[in-house]
Design a protein around this ligand. Structure first.
Ligand SMILES: Nc1nc2c(c(=O)[nH]1)N(C=O)[C@@H](CNc1ccc(C(=O)N[C@@H](CCC(=O)O)C(=O)O)cc1)CN2
Ligand SMILES: Nc1ncnc2c1ncn2[C@@H]1O[C@H](COP(=O)(O)OP(=O)(O)OP(=O)(O)O)[C@@H](O)[C@H]1O
Length: 194
């Protein structure tokens, strides 16, 4: 039997560290990226009248979802935010409208309170560290979006839209069968149908 892979040799872990740096550089270089990405999203992805769109509450150098949120609220779309209800379980989603209270979630991200209605998203705007044009995605390693998309795809046809800086694109990723593919990737450079 081979010994377990040493953490410093884990290819996903090495790539995560590199991509945190790429994201940092991109965030500094393109303060206007989130406005462009929001426009690219709305031009490419059809948001039907009754659709629930889950965003993420931006942390650290993640591509800011605020301009997209603003545009969605102007269109009276239903917006939701993810909540880690239980470790190692799929995310749940709660409705969010501007002005609602938010509280600190398990990982320091802000989440709606239990007063906010739990909803099932039709379109998921998914944070990531790296993506490929084919829809491969590298996240933070919690597996939350993989578990969530696997569960939602058993019941329906959710649309998973990676949302990131163009600089987070890579040629290939060390993917496993548990990694859930993205349907779209939207960046400040454009929208890619995977
Ligand atoms: N803004 C935002 N909200 C989100 C996520 C996210 O990635 N971004 N999530 C996405 O799942 C879920 C929350 N889960 C999270 C899981 C891990 C980390 C995280 O940052 N973990 C470690 C890195 C782990 C590692 O060593 O690879 C960290 O603190 O840096 C953050 C959120 C739902 N909400
Ligand atoms: N459908 C699933 N059911 C159970 N465990 C899963 C599932 N999908 C992923 N996992 C587990 O989650 C862990 C992290 O997976 P991975 O490294 O691919 O996360 P990630 O895609 O980077 O993170 P995230 O989706 O939170 O952004 C792995 O241990 C994996 O086995």
């Amino acid at each position: 039997m081979l010994p377990p892979i040493a953490p410093f040799l884990d290819p996903k872990r090495i790539l995560r560290e590199r991509m945190i740096g790429e994201r940092r550089t991109a965030a500094k270089a393109r303060p206007d990226a989130a406005e462009h990405a929001a426009a690219n999203f709305l031009n490419a992805v059809e948001v039907s009248r009754s659709a629930v769109v889950s965003l993420y509450y931006t942390m650290r150098d993640e591509l800011d979802t605020e301009p997209l949120a603003r545009a969605l609220f102007e269109r009276h779309a239903d917006v939701a935010l993810p909540v880690v209800a239980k470790r190692k379980s799929p995310l749940i989603f709660r409705r969010y409208v501007p002005g609602d209270d938010l509280i600190k979630g398990s990982y320091g991200e802000l989440v709606p309170t239990t007063n906010a209605q739990e909803v099932i998203p039709d379109i998921l705007v998914v944070p990531l560290l790296a993506f490929t044009r084919e829809g491969g995605r590298l996240g933070y390693g919690g597996g939350y979006y993989d578990r969530t998309l696997a569960a939602l795809r058993k019941a329906g046809t959710p649309l998973a839209v990676g949302y990131a800086y163009g600089a987070q694109e890579v040629d290939a990723l060390p993917l496993t069968r548990l990694d859930q593919p993205l349907d779209w990737v939207v960046t400040e450079r454009g929208a890619i149908r995977c």
